[in-house]
Write a protein that binds this ligand. Sequence first.
Ligand SMILES: [Zn+2]
Length: 205
Amino acid sequence: MQEPPIDQLIACPKCDALHHARHLGENERAACARCGTLLITPRARSFLHVIALSFTAMILMIAAVFFPFLKISAQGFSHASSVFEVAMAFSDGLLAPLSLAVLMLIVGLPIVRFGALIYTLWPLANARPAWPHARRVFRLAEELEPWAMAEIFIIGTGVALVKIGGLASVSLGPAFWAFCALIIVNALKNAFLSQWTIWDAIGQK
Ligand SMILES: [Zn+2]
């Protein structure tokens, strides 16, 4: 049997099963035959979804950083603070690099990633050729993905809350819920995002 050329093959990102790739019609989508992972999406519509969800995620991120995250009350005193205030509290002295790292990993990287996705997909969703350096920008978005740590942050906060719970009464502010919404929006965005479709669209002049 003759092997098909390599640019007509697509490997499932989850289970590595190889499939023949082809361009789909407007209402078709392709999923892995073995594990069901989404492989190829119809172009314009899925790009619009990813752009819309990236914008939503950016707005939620701003709310999550600047709105009060936690309110702690004990013996008549209470204090509410946002993620930004907490990070700034350590902004001088030995812990300064730590607070910089916290802000970068929780806030900076996801925002750069959302921005990179919007930059890559905006012209493609409008059926225009990709903007300059779209390849490099999209590769950056791909490389940043494992570093986006909002989920880990929420789990860490949950663990800390259980620990403090015995000492003071803790209530969650709007920023906590913004973070939770952010995680859901992010998962939805990943469900619409097909790397193959995006690379294929960038590659076409
Ligand atoms: Zn698969």
